[in-house]
Design a protein around this ligand. Sequence first.
Ligand SMILES: C[S@@+](CC[C@H](N)C(=O)[O-])C[C@H]1O[C@@H](n2cnc3c(N)ncnc32)[C@H](O)[C@@H]1O
Length: 220
Amino acid sequence: MKLYMISLGPGDFELVTIKALKALQNCDAICIPTKSSDNSFAKSMTYKIVKELMDEYDFSKEIIPMYTPMKFKVDDWQRQVDIIKEGFSKHETLCFVTLGDSAVYSSVYYLLDLLKLQDKDIYDNCEVVPGITSFSHASAKVKKPLCVGDSGLEIIPLLDYETPKTKVYMRPKIGMDTRSIQDEGDFYTFENLNFKDEKALDYKKQTVEKYMTLFIDFFE
Ligand SMILES: C[S@@+](CC[C@H](N)C(=O)[O-])C[C@H]1O[C@@H](n2cnc3c(N)ncnc32)[C@H](O)[C@@H]1O
């Protein structure tokens, strides 16, 4: 059993990662959200990307529609989780697809939160495949960096109340003492990701040893 949560990027099928493409090519069925209650994909950007990939790379998969009314109700996430669970009665490998990157305002984590409670087996056999965000794409389009030199980056939900924030700390100096970095949420240290000695530590490392270190204080 394997569940892939696939980030499809900002809408251009050529901005899908090779990892995402391979997962889609090798799975048994693809769960695609749709805002249409009749399960049509007429207005679905996610479906369009998947279809373009299937045409371009000459493969075909069963499509499992998932009605997603975008009302942020638990019942709606539950219906989708039930469809995934049901999918595993027939299939060994499933993909669920989302636009942009799954780390940024995606339904992926509503589904995973429920799966973690309800079906540990599926949760433990799930892999999240990251993708290109809408704002990375927007930045590239106008050739403007999101941050460079000593500037930072803020992602602000347009709401009229205060919300918890994830903080990403980058570009530390080797030997730096991390005591001055606030630890307010669920703090992780990531070192040399994708190098052979990569580390993902669920705490704040006291001293920076590698330039390729980033810290994330995930909101709680
Ligand atoms: C639910 S969030 C999903 C974000 C997505 N996961 C990402 O990585 O960009 C949807 C919001 O992302 C932004 N967005 C996503 N796709 C966009 C696009 N094609 N053009 C402009 N903004 C977009 C808009 O602010 C939109 O309200």
